[in-house]
Design a binder for this molecule. Sequence first.
Ligand SMILES: *Cc1c(COP(=O)(O)O)cnc(C)c1O
Length: 400
Amino acid sequence: MGLANGRPYLAIPGPSVVPDRVLAAMHKASPNIYEGELVEMTHRIIDDLKAVAVTKAHVGIYIANGHGVWEASIANLFSRGEKALLLSTGRFGIGWSEAAIRMGVAVDVIDFGKSAPVDVSRVEDALKADTQHAIKAVLMTHTDTASSVRNNILQIRQMLDTLGHPALLAVDAIASLGCDELRMDAWGVDILLAASQKGLMTPPGLGFVWFSENALERCKTSDLRTPYWDWTPRAAPKSFYEFFAGTAPTHHLFGLAEALTMLLREEGLEEVWARHAALARTVWAAFDAWSAGNPEIGLNISDPAFRSHSVTAARFGTPYGTELRRWCEREGAVTLGIGLGMADPTDNAYHGFLRVAHMGHVNAHMTLGALAVMDAGLKALGVPHGSGALEAAAKVVSQA
Ligand SMILES: *Cc1c(COP(=O)(O)O)cnc(C)c1O
């Protein structure tokens, strides 16, 4: 007998679950791309994108995934040979730096390892040593989706201001926007990146770059800009097609508009943040109980203050990360995320890790359900584990 028939649940950190309402909004005839509904809706989407990042900054929409907006940010920010300081706390910062290096930017990387947040004092030392202000921008991830660390952005802004260093602050919020509290203007972020397929609950295919007036000014001379990536016309288009440097991503826009309505006008941003925080605590409670009976099981980030509210990276001991993932998909129709960047896929240690996503269109029954399937998997596979994980998780939900 199999118990996997029924609605499957993709609990990986992107693409996330797309609400039926968003899918339904996309299911319509192609619109007029010169005037009317699509044009009006795009202006509303721009306003909503500013609201979801709590900013008055400009925003450009790209037909791209996260890797695309990494390049967009670099193309606009830098001239060939200029310097960036990249803060790495997992895997995704390194990906951004690899793109920058291939585009001709000189990148200094400070690596904080795979299980720790940015240590502000080390960044401060690097910036103090940069007496000539060669570093044009500090690049960092808010949530690194591989390690599930969540960095404190405001601390870095305050340190830059205290030092009087003019570097721009660029933040990859692809895994956190629409999930974790994020306030672009209050945190002094100059460039912010996101993509459609995570907290914004829309299929992969749209990337977003918000940029401050300061960033727009400073980057007017960047010689890495090419026509498609140039953000200037996207933020101030003279004709509708300039929003997208070509044909609009019509159906993605219908979906995105619906998702933004759900987030901003129905649930409300503060409620969205609170829901993700509560579901994250629910997952952590289950892990605390499991690990009490087996030290091989544990969360990757020990300090809750630095844990993501949208994804949780964990270890189960080799080979149980991979085995549990396979069991949960095969027997419970729950697909969990692979452990990313923790070990090389050819290394046996790779099979000890996995990630649980609680990102976007998720609620109590989805998260409790995923945890219950995992609990059943641990039993079926004979993995030693502490008891009471589901009790503990339910208790967090009951008190949320
Ligand atoms: C998912 C993700 C990316 C990459 O996005 P793609 O759409 O897969 O290119 C980059 N940064 C972070 C923090 C992410 O979570």
